[in-house]
Design a protein around this ligand. Structure first.
Ligand code: C2E
Ligand code: MG
Ligand code: MG
Length: 529
């Protein structure tokens, strides 16, 4: 990637790195504030409903007692009972006997004083005649609700139903009839049609007309409680949350941006570091055994490059091979790998002509005019045969058909073995592969992993094996980790495998030691047999 592109990309990432956590913090503040204010409003609406329910229950009990009495209405015994009920009730102010629109006698005024009630506001679906906002001459400043069942009625103080949220005068409250959307009692701005927002639900919270509105339906009566909290409360609470969350978001943004900057610097510094590492010869090789699945014998190894940084940190190839490829350092790296193989395995190859060392090569290596010559020089230095080396090239490395055909052909003519690496991850067709001169096909680890999992890719390995057989190629399965995978592959005719089941990558001296130990064990078994 070009430096300016990296700088531009980094700047965008840094802006997003700060902006995103900040935006998230503000969004989260608003969300939490809405949640908190919804709970706030719901609490008041539930409180109103509790009062409505308790009042309704007390009125029903009172009327039942009055209707059950033997004494005639407005007789001294009946008025005594009314006063008893009155005293025992916490929500009812008075009870009385009604004819037409007049309360003929009551617990407060006895039989002497008739109270004019006026016409009912509406009749509830439960059969109650409801009068809201009734005023009496003895207390004209107070508004009362009168609930009448049959001939008896209860006088309720309108305020009592909504006697909550006293400390927050601008919270609007209402006890409301669901049938008629008419308020029994209300304080502040309440739109009676808000009740319709309940639908079939028991509770609803929404924001409307500058308020967060909570509506809660009564379970016993056709009534609901409403509480409306001004949006101003939400803004204040959102501000409170923001005061706590925004600094955290900002901090997270700064940390994220620093991390991005660090990585970008690291990324920009990497090519220079790889270059320096080549100069300082910081790369070394480990070797992973390649096993013959039929005999279990180690028939060869794959050389895998590692980078030991001056700090002692070991860096894996996925981190630096792409950098080396992008910055034209890969040819130099391959040269050091060849030198490393020569140094580590040279003498072993002289005495073991059938042993193979797999070397990963990149497309750029193929385009180097003297690549073949360099390879031959290394072989001469090792006094090894070209067949000792398997050159591994990925499908990606064989994209250019002309170069691919030329190079693989030339390598084969010089006696080197050629493997197509990570097979299945590219797009090579059967006909394209047929046109190349290849010896081995390395089945990519992702397909081995899928064996027996039922994943869609688990079928692919069978097709790859079929393809390799059609082309007459030897197969090496990569990343074999379980006995079941090894068995599956062996049964289907895959000749070789590498993977953690057999051994991880190690120093070449360890490879030799392990081979000798295995030979000794095999010898001991033969002698014993
Ligand atoms: P690759 O050529 O496909 O090498 C096999 C990779 O799979 C190695 O990773 C190896 O350690 C890993 N592996 C082997 N068996 C198992 C297993 O059972 N399970 C799992 N999970 N992984 C397993 P490594 O050493 O990190 O190398 C990664 C890639 O880097 C190699 O893939 C190769 O493409 C590239 N590479 C390594 N050395 C060189 C080199 O000298 N030159 C070039 N050009 N590329 C190299
Ligand atoms: Mg490889
Ligand atoms: Mg591979």
């Amino acid at each position: 990637m070009k430096k300016t592109v990296i700088v531009l990309f980094t700047l965008i990432l840094v802006a997003a790195g700060i902006g995103l956590p900040l935006w998230l913090a503000i969004e989260e503040s608003a969300r939490q504030a809405f949640k908190a204010e919804s709970t706030h409003a719901l609490g008041y609406a539930r409180d109103v409903v509790l009062r409505v329910d308790e009042t309704g229950r007390q009125v029903q009990v009172a009327v039942r007692r009055l209707e059950a009495q033997a004494a005639p209405p407005c007789s001294p015994a009946s008025i005594d009972l009314m006063r008893d009920i009155d005293l025992a009730s916490t929500y009812i102010q008075a009870v009385g006997y009604v004819e037409g629109s007049r309360m003929l006698c009551s617990s407060i005024a006895g039989p002497e004083r008739i109270l004019e009630l006026g016409p009912p506001s509406y009749t509830s679906s439960g059969g109650a005649l409801v009068r809201s906002d009734v005023r009496f001459p003895f207390a004209p400043q107070h508004s009362y609700v009168v609930l009448q069942f049959g001939r008896y009625a209860a006088i309720l103080h309108g305020r009592l139903l909504i006697d909550t949220a006293k400390g927050e005068a601008d919270v609007s409250l209402a006890a409301i009839s669901v049938d008629y959307s008419a308020p029994l009692s209300a304080r502040g701005y309440v739109d009676p049609t808000w009740v319709a927002r309940l639908g079939n639900a028991r509770e609803a919270v929404f924001s409307e007309d500058g308020h967060i509105v909570a509506v809660v339906r009564s379970t016993g009566f056709q009534a609901a409680g409403i509480a409306a909290v001004p949006l101003r409360y939400l803004e204040a609470r959102s501000h409170d949350f923001a005061m706590r969350l925004v600094p955290a978001g900002l901090l997270a943004g700064i940390v994220l941006s620093l991390a991005i900057l660090f990585l970008a610097r690291h990324q920009m510094a990497l090519p220079a570091a790889v270059k320096a590492a080549l100069r300082r010869k910081e790369f070394f090789l480990e070797y992973q055994p390649v096993v013959d699945l039929r005999t279990g014998k180690w028939m060869g190894v794959e050389a895998l490059v590692r980078w030991r940084r001056p700090t002692g940190e070991i860096v894996m190839p996925d981190m630096f091979i792409p950098i080396a490829e992008q910055h034209e350092l890969i040819v130099q790296l391959t040269e050091q790998v060849l030198t490393g193989v020569c140094h580590d395995a040279g003498s072993y190859l002289q005495s073991h002509p059938d042993f193979h060392v797999g070397i990963n090569v990149s497309p750029a290596d193929f385009h180097t005019p003297n690549f073949m010559h360099k390879l031959q020089l290394k072989l001469e230095a090792m006094q090894a045969r070209p067949g000792n080396l398997i050159l591994e090239v990925t499908e990606r490395g064989l994209l250019d058909p002309v170069v691919a055909r030329e190079t693989t052909g030339s390598l084969r003519r010089h006696g080197f073995a050629v493997a197509i690496d990570d097979f299945g991850t590219g797009y090579s067709s059967l006909s394209y592969l047929e046109s190349l001169e290849l010896d081995y096909l390395k089945i990519d680890r992702s397909f081995i992993e899928a064996i027996g999992t039922g994943a869609p890719t688990s079928q692919v390995v069978g097709h790859i094996i079929g393809m390799a057989k059609d082309l007459g190629l030897c197969m090496i399965a990569e990343g074999v980790e379980s006995q079941a995978q090894a068995e599956f592959l062996r049964k289907r005719g895959v000749q070789y495998a590498q993977g953690w089941l057999f051994g991880r990558s190690m120093a070449f001296s360890d490879i030799v030691r392990r081979i000798e130990e295995m030979e000794q064990e095999a010898g001991a078994v033969q002698v014993a047999g």
